[in-house]
Design a binder for this molecule. Structure first.
Ligand code: SF4
Length: 508
């Protein structure tokens, strides 16, 4: 439900806050008091330094969230259906000699009954539920196109339904969709089967139905519990209804429950958001994703309905971010990184402790990188050394599939340089460390020669206390883990112009 242009480290306009003393004092007090954020930051009480003005000025830049490298804005139209088919055939060739790990599948359900004003997603607003009938028919055709190349019954270890609003579909439609996918693919034992749930379209009975269909993970779009904020963003869902759904989900026995929150929305204040943080923490979701709202009305039409005067000022955004991080940690959550918190027993927190975090289009994951088949309008997938994106409009998507073509309209074949940089960026984003030897062996380069300019540039971040350049590695520090994408951005070849940087949300 959330697009890639918001992030926990995305306090737009933070440069203003640098001029205000109060927010900096707030961060110092709160983060030092609750400084144990995640295993990586065990000694944060002592080691998290005051966020100095030079540091904040240096970090006040837009940046991507690196759910992929290169990022989706680098995809090109020269990559289309033919290139996707080739990548798929290559995988099929590998699978035929038994050498392919299981697949991941993402299915995009674009429909929503009403628009949330902060929305930056690809969606279709409609109250006509019969539109889902045609969509499911075409989805089945798209699945069939993939199966023709891959063969039936390919193993799948991750299946995720996102949107839009997947729960726009009725119970029988969800059954139909899962049956269709079940005929085409084979879920591995212990597969993660997850769905985004809009609390306004769900009941305990619906959750029970989802469990019956094999879903074992739910993600609730909460955003904020304050009634005034909910009105201001046109998404009214009382705390009690979300609480009842989460309690029902627990009773039913879902393995993992996630809650999405957004700070920086209109009418939010540090005090009101602190109440939301407490309410969410008391509901004990296993995972929490905390995103910063990025106001980009020139790109996302619904955001034009947000009253700009109602947006919180930069210093309030800083207080909300610092307060939320401190609040969740004080409630026993582990800070995973970027946008994510998790209870210590959750598999994501365990993976973090064991250095086994991965990152994909859904954010942090416990599953190693695998090929991702993306189904549905605008969905983004990954196949071997390629990324691909489906058509963004329903008409275009329907036309392609009905003509027997993959609906891919853009994508990218990664070159050797992209692959080297992807390895470095993902190591930083997931482990907070790049071992030179492992990259050198895998990609036959010399890190100090290949990344001479980048390693020089790291010196500045080292001065700020965000990373350490060691003889044989780059190590992100405890403080740097809060700003890890600033370190990753140094290795992003495509982010060299300020013009491009302006396309992303800010780092802090
Ligand atoms: S539910 Fe709201 S935020 Fe999510 S895709 Fe629909 S309009 Fe956008």
């Amino acid at each position: 439900m959330l697009a890639g242009f918001v992030s926990i480290a995305g306090v737009a306009g933070f440069s203003t806050s640098v001029r205000h003393r109060q927010p900096l004092r707030y961060i110092k007090t709160r983060w030092q008091r609750f400084g144990t954020v995640g295993g990586m930051l065990k000694s944060a009480e002592e080691s998290v330094p005051v966020l100095t003005e030079p540091m904040l000025r240096r970090l006040d830049r837009p940046g991507p969230r690196y759910t992929s490298y290169p990022t989706a804005d680098r995809f090109v139209e020269a990559f289309g259906a033919r290139e996707y088919a080739q990548a798929l055939a290559q995988r099929a060739g590998g699978a035929s000699v038994g050498g392919q790990p299981p697949l991941s599948i993402y299915v995009h359900i674009p429909f929503c009954e009403s628009v949330c004003y902060y929305c930056a997603c690809n969606k279709v607003i409609t109250k006509h539920h019969d539109r889902a009938t045609e969509y499911l028919q075409v989805l089945a055709q798209e699945v069939a196109l993939n199966v023709v190349v891959l063969g039936q019954g390919q193993a799948v270890s991750q299946l995720h339904l996102g949107g839009g609003t997947p729960t726009f579909l009725s119970d029988p439609e969800l059954s139909q969709l899962m049956a269709m996918l079940g005929q085409a693919f084979k879920l591995t034992p212990g597969a993660e089967v997850s769905i985004e749930v809009d609390p306004r379209t769900a009941t305990p009975e619906r959750l029970q139905h989802l469990a019956t269909l094999g879903f074992n993970r739910l993600s609730f779009g909460v955003q904020d519990f304050d009634p005034d904020v909910q009105l201001a963003v046109h998404r009214v869902q009382p705390f009690e209804s979300v609480r009842d759904l989460m309690l029902a989900a627990r009773r039913i026995g879902f393995e993992s429950i996630n809650a999405d929150l957004i700070y920086g929305l209109p009418k939010q204040t540090p005090e009101s958001f602190a109440r939301t943080v407490n309410q969410v923490a008391e509901l004990r979701p296993d995972r929490i994703a905390l995103y910063a709202y990025a106001h980009l009305p020139h790109r996302f039409k619904p955001q034009r309905r947000i009253v700009i005067e109602q947006l919180p000022p930069p210093d309030h955004r800083v207080q909300m971010l610092g307060g939320a991080m401190a609040g969740f940690v004080s409630h026993g959550y582990t800070y995973i990184g970027m946008d994510h918190f998790a209870l210590p027993a959750d598999s994501l927190a365990v993976a973090k402790r064991q250095g086994r975090l991965h990152r994909n289009f859904q954010g942090y994951s416990t599953q190693p990188d695998c090929d991702l088949i993306a189904l549905g309008v605008s969905a983004i997938g990954r196949m071997g050394a390629t990324y691909s994106q489906n058509a963004k409009t329903l008409d275009e998507y329907y036309d392609a599939v009905r003509n027997g073509q993959f609906p891919v309209v853009r994508g990218l074949t990664l070159n050797r340089d992209d692959l080297v940089r992807r390895a470095v960026v993902m190591a930083l984003m997931c482990q907070g460390r790049v071992e030179f030897e492992s990259v050198e062996l895998a990609h036959l380069i010399k890190m100090r020669d290949y990344f001479r300019a980048e390693l020089d540039e790291l010196a500045e971040l080292q001065t700020l206390g965000l990373c350490e350049l060691q003889d044989d590695a780059v190590q992100v520090t405890a403080t740097g883990w809060y700003f890890v994408r600033a370190v990753a951005m140094v290795f992003d070849k495509h982010l060299r112009t300020d013009q491009l940087r302006e396309r992303f949300s800010r780092i802090i």
